[in-house]
Design a protein around this ligand. Structure first.
Ligand code: FAD
Length: 289
């Protein structure tokens, strides 16, 4: 099947893009890397009257260091750049580790960081990285600019708090504290598939005691699942095999995943338990190493 006919606009600034979106409302759709949207168009699951192509908006691309030690990533930055950029490697090891797990290189060469977040697939890696690193996104619309914390962005399957006339412009990820390790692990049937379950974690240790942690699990809920209850138990404890195991069990217990053709709910819970434990143990080695 081919896409339904559509008009095409190619703005050169964010302001122009917002103007076009404001004029056309829900009949317009932003096009970033096209790796999720174009298949939806081809299947006619999406039939926008107007495609607003962001590929000519240069101000949306790039990775830059922030003075506080964090990193800002423009929405049109390709996910492949997260694998190759030295700043991401040094300051955002979680994003650096998660990036090659996204699809295949050809897809990462086109797919964008902003597109992945706006698409909000519950099995996608970038949303979990945003949650685990307590990042924020910036959105610009006709009313101006607003910032959204990771926990406020994702509303459900393929649903975010972004308005139809808003452009996600930038992602900001704060610096990791001292003695902090991170890890992203996942289970896939074949390399490049969406994960059946994955876990992205951060872990801060002081003299063997956990002083801070985050756990984000993908493929188990309608959005990246922040296992806050498991984290609350972990923080303040001496960290070791037992604490990692308990956190895995706690994260799985808080979930009610659904069964589908890829995996049963019970299997997803089991994977959560195993992957959270593994990710925490790996992060602990990195925190002290
Ligand atoms: P597009 O497809 O262009 O857009 C996606 C949606 O986001 C559209 O609704 C669009 O309007 C909206 N949008 C895009 N940019 C913005 C913006 N700046 N502001 C507001 N809205 C915006 N992803 C994974 O995470 N993990 C995987 O394992 C994985 N496997 C894949 C395997 C295959 C075979 C394919 C085809 C894709 C896979 N993907 C995977 C998806 C891929 O990462 C997509 O690139 C990504 O989800 C969407 O990014 P995009 O830039 O291509 O966005």
């Amino acid at each position: 099947m081919k896409a339904a006919p559509f008009e095409y606009a190619r703005p050169e600034t964010v302001g122009e893009a917002v103007d076009v979106l404001t004029e056309h409302g829900e009949e317009a759709k932003l096009l970033a890397g096209g790796q999720s949207l174009v298949p939806l168009l081809a299947l006619r699951f999406a039939q926008p009257r107007l495609l607003v192509d962001l590929n000519g908006v240069d101000e949306l691309s790039g990775i830059r260091a922030l003075d506080d030690g964090g990193v800002a990533i423009g929405a049109m930055t390709r996910t492949r750049a997260l694998e190759t950029d030295p700043l991401v490697r040094d300051r955002l090891p979680l994003a650096h580790e998660a990036a090659p797990l996204i699809a295949h290189r050809a897809i990462r060469n086109r797919g964008t960081v902003g597109g992945s977040l706006a698409h909000a697939d519950a099995a996608a890696e970038m949303p979990a990285v945003l949650v685990a690193l307590r990042g924020t996104v910036t959105a610009r619309g006709p009313a101006g600019v607003r910032k959204l914390a990771a926990g406020d962005l994702f509303r459900g399957h393929y649903t975010t708090a972004l308005e139809p006339d808003e452009v996600l412009t930038e992602v900001r990820l704060p610096p990791l504290g001292p003695n902090t390790g991170t890890a992203f692990v996942e289970h896939v049937r074949r390399h490049g598939d969406f994960a059946i379950v994955g876990a992205g974690v951060t872990l801060t240790l002081e003299q063997g005691r956990c002083t801070d942690a985050t756990i984000a699990v993908i493929g188990v809920a309608d959005r990246p699942f922040a296992a806050d209850a498991a984290v609350a138990v972990l923080v303040g404890q001496d960290f070791g095999e037992g604490a990692a195991h308990a956190a895995g069990v706690g994260a799985a217990a808080a979930l009610t995943p659904t069964s589908d053709v890829h995996a049963s709910a019970a299997y997803r819970k089991h994977l959560t338990e195993v992957l959270v434990r593994r990710a925490l143990l790996l992060a602990a080695r990195r925190a002290v190493g």
